[in-house]
Design a protein around this ligand. Structure first.
Ligand SMILES: Nc1ncnc2c1ncn2[C@@H]1O[C@H](COP(=O)(O)OP(=O)(O)OP(=O)(O)O)[C@@H](O)[C@H]1O
Ligand SMILES: [Mg+2]
Length: 329
């Protein structure tokens, strides 16, 4: 993957100001000048991810987040977009200058592939951390995005369930591993499998926010019922554990519709059912069906990098803004 750079308009957007404002600040010497590269005879202005922190400080802007948030992408229906959207979402957060850790729970390692991270026999995953007591900091790999790291998924995760069964505090191992992270990540984004497993329970108990991609079809709707039923059961059995939030397992729950085809009557009808039952959790942002998302998955890169301007990328950025309440377009 090529390293992310920003053109003037995009960089101004990330800072939440207009391009004109940014250029004026530069002319007045209030911010450092843009970096420049010559291609042929033309000189191009650009900025890097590292510039975001410097510029935010110069402009006296507060940090985007005041504490770390751990967010879990989970649904009990397969193929709803957990891996492809969560990896683009993590990339999009990193584009805003946040320091992000992506965590892949899946032995098929789709999130790992979507982020273009290569693994081999010696790659550590959550298996070595949770089962063999390996230091979590040693399992972290860099992506080509400077402030986006990841704990990859590997095939060894396929045998983690039976090994978790015999562990003490077996549902809290991930939570405690996250507590020993050395890097001060702003956001941890977890991609889960579509199953009720001990590993997923670990992820639920380690997360602040639940993000549920659903398709506007009957089976997704059915899967949501199952998910909420299971969460209610977990809430009951873990209510007595220390550190549990009084308001439930999560501080916030966001359901968003993915692969939405607004011209299809069935999709519109199913959306109405979702609104009738889950309105309080349902995001306004809908990710449309967008072939660029499928193509980016096949190319092993997040869609925000593959085609930053496509409708899918725009809507994923909008989803980030909605989930965090960031005010930017
Ligand atoms: N909005 C979209 N438009 C077009 N294709 C999409 C969209 N969202 C996801 N896809 C494609 O759908 C397929 C399934 O998505 P993905 O693998 O992200 O789902 P998942 O929920 O992680 O699946 P699983 O439950 O098996 O882990 C992928 O090929 C992906 O590229
Ligand atoms: Mg997946």
């Amino acid at each position: 993957m090529q390293e992310k750079t920003y053109q003037t308009r995009e960089f101004a957007q990330v800072l939440g100001i207009s391009k004109t404002h940014l250029l004026r600040l530069e002319a007045e010497g209030k911010v450092p000048p843009a970096r420049r590269v010559k291609r042929g005879k033309v000189e191009h202005r650009y900025y890097t991810v590292d510039d975001i922190r410097v510029f935010r400080e110069k402009l006296g802007l507060p940090p985007l987040l005041d504490r770390r948030r751990t967010q879990l992408f989970l649904s009990f229906k397969g193929g709803t977009g957990k891996s492809s959207i969560s990896s683009a979402y993590a990339y999009g957060l990193a584009e805003l200058g946040l320091s992000v850790l992506a965590v892949d729970l899946d032995p098929q390692s789709h999130m790992t592939k979507c982020l273009g991270v290569e693994t081999d026999q010696s790659t550590l995953s959550l298996f070595e951390i949770l089962i063999e007591g390996e230091d979590i900091n040693k399992a972290i790999l860099k992506t080509s995005m400077p402030n986006l790291d990841m704990i990859p998924g590997t095939l060894r995760l396929s045998i983690i369930e039976s090994r978790l069964l015999n562990k003490d505090m077996r549902e809290f191992l991930l939570k405690s591993a996250f507590e020993s992270l050395q890097n001060q990540y702003n956001v941890i984004v977890i991609d889960a499998l579509p199953t009720i497993t001990l590993l997923n329970k670990n992820a639920v108990l380690a997360s602040d926010d639940l993000i549920v991609p659903v398709l506007a079809d009957y089976l997704s709707y059915d899967g949501l019922g199952l998910l909420f039923h299971e969460l209610a059961r977990m809430e009951k059995s873990f209510a007595v554990y220390p550190g549990q939030k009084p308001g439930g397992l999560f501080e916030s729950i966001c359901i968003f519709v993915n692969q939405y085809k607004k011209n299809e009557i069935m999709a519109r009808e199913n959306l109405q059912s979702l609104l009738a039952h889950y309105k309080e959790y349902l995001c306004e942002t809908r990710i449309p069906y967008n072939s660029k998302i499928a193509q980016s998955t096949a190319m092993g890169m997040p869609v925000l990098q593959y085609d930053p301007a496509c409708q899918g990328s725009k809507m994923i950025r909008r989803l980030i803004n909605e989930v965090f309440g960031f005010e930017r377009s």
